[in-house]
Design a protein around this ligand. Structure first.
Ligand SMILES: Cc1ncc(COP(=O)(O)O)c(C=O)c1O
Length: 408
């Protein structure tokens, strides 16, 4: 029998106000919430077409590109992966995907849904793939795309793009970059770095709600789309037809999530007001303070080489004898702070702490370190009192003062 539902049993929506120090979604600026609550208009309303122009101009600024195809896909970050590989790969093609965690592996998994031959070049969790391994794997072959995750969120690892561009050029391949966890938090220049397709997610360092995947496509990749022999294996993610709406004609393709576009526009206005370089620096400085604090508490990071660490996501090894879930639950219940656990082979072995966009702030770093100390002490972990906060404060005293907070 269907359960009877009355007004008492399902009350008005009242979610808790969490501090989301996760690898996404991140907490949002009040201005982004306000944008979400503004009046809905139609997706073909003349006013909305101007809002789309603003959104695309801001996206080009944040991607650092002049690419014509630059738009927010109506999909989460995984939709960006799907669009990138489905629009480039067809029967007879070969692709190399650099895999060093769950999300770069997802690119290989999604690519395997196409008829192309997929080769994975792998590195262990905590390290980037070696471009030399890609060169070896592609030698003598006709490779259509090389794909990688700039920020591998499952392990907190940053991959340097330029060496892979060089290898992709030698192989005559397009370079596809997953910047879901890095865009607006880590230096990235789509045009200067000659990235052919780059996509992101709105819920991470841009700090807008989840549900959109900004994507940009180089003229060279556009030419590859034009000369395809077969149809793209998706109607929804065929970027050439989706551009009928996001291009100059603004022709109906599908009904986009209008309120999410408002929120994305406002979140990107915040990015541009702060300045991209200042924002990258803020992420760098706050992560350095977090790491100083964690290490002073006797904790270790998964990525041993500082140059491999992704500024937006820090992967921390869970000490022996400490219960992953109990720590995360206590942080949530006692301090209203959410952090994430590990995925795949590092499940139960690491915590992932996100300092993304709005969440990359000095007060949050210090609050988190103090809260973690309390929780770890309750779990029986021995650590010097106040060591984490003290080391983070020391790290901040070495940094430029404007680089640590949200500047407004
Ligand atoms: C690097 C990376 N790529 C892709 C994704 C998939 O994004 P979504 O969960 O928004 O589909 C994520 C999500 O965390 C990610 O971190």
């Amino acid at each position: 029998m269907t359960q009877h539902i009355d007004r008492q049993s399902i009350g008005e929506l009242a979610p808790p106000n969490r501090l989301m120090l996760t690898p996404g979604p991140s907490s949002m600026d009040p201005r982004v919430y306000r944008a979400l609550a503004t009046p809905l208009v139609g997706h073909l309303d003349p006013w909305f077409k101007g809002c789309m122009d603003d959104t695309q101009a801001l996206l080009r600024q944040i991607f650092q590109t002049e690419n014509r195809i630059t738009m927010p896909l109506s999909a989460s970050g995984s939709g960006g992966i799907e669009a990138s590989v489905l629009n480039t790969l067809e029967e007879g093609d070969e692709a190399i995907i650099c895999v060093n965690g769950v999300f770069s592996d997802r690119m290989a998994v999604i690519a395997s849904h196409t008829p192309a031959k997929i080769t994975k070049v792998e590195a262990p969790y905590g390290k980037p793939v070696d471009p030399e391994d890609v060169r070896r794997a592609g030698k003598g072959k006709k490779i259509k795309i090389v794909g990688l995750a700039h920020g591998e969120t499952s392990s907190g690892v940053l991959t340097q793009i330029d060496p892979f561009r060089k290898v992709a050029d030698e192989l005559g391949a397009l370079l596809i970059v997953d910047a879901v966890a890095s865009l607006a938090g880590v230096p990235l220049h789509v045009d200067r770095q000659h990235i052919d397709i780059c996509f992101s997610g709105t819920q991470k360092a841009i700090s807008a709600p989840p549900g959109m995947s900004p994507i940009t496509v180089s003229p060279r990749a556009e030419e590859v789309f034009r000369t395809r022999k077969s149809k793209v294996q998706s109607w929804y993610f065929d970027l050439s037809t989706a551009m009928n709406y996001w291009g100059k004609d603004r022709l109906y393709h599908h009904t986009p999530p209008i309120s999410l576009i408002y929120a994305l526009r406002e979140a990107m206005r915040l990015v541009v007001e702060e300045g991209l370089e200042a924002r990258w620096e803020r992420h760098r400085v706050n992560q350095l303070a977090l790491i100083a604090g964690l290490e002073a508490m006797g904790l270790e990071l998964l990525a041993k080489n500082p140059a491999d660490r992704l500024a937006t996501v820090t992967a921390v090894m869970i000490p022996d004898g400490i219960d992953d879930v109990m720590v995360r639950s206590q942080l949530l219940e006692e301090f209203n702070i959410e952090i994430a656990g590990g995925l795949g082979p590092v499940k139960g072995k690491i915590w992932r702490v996100g300092l993304m966009g709005y969440c990359s702030q000095k007060p949050y770093v210090l609050l988190f370190l103090a809260a973690l100390e309390k929780v770890l002490l309750d779990q029986g972990f021995r650590l010097p009192s106040g060591a984490g906060v003290g080391a983070a404060i020391h790290s901040y005293t070495q940094a430029r003062p404007e680089a640590v907070g949200v500047s407004r």
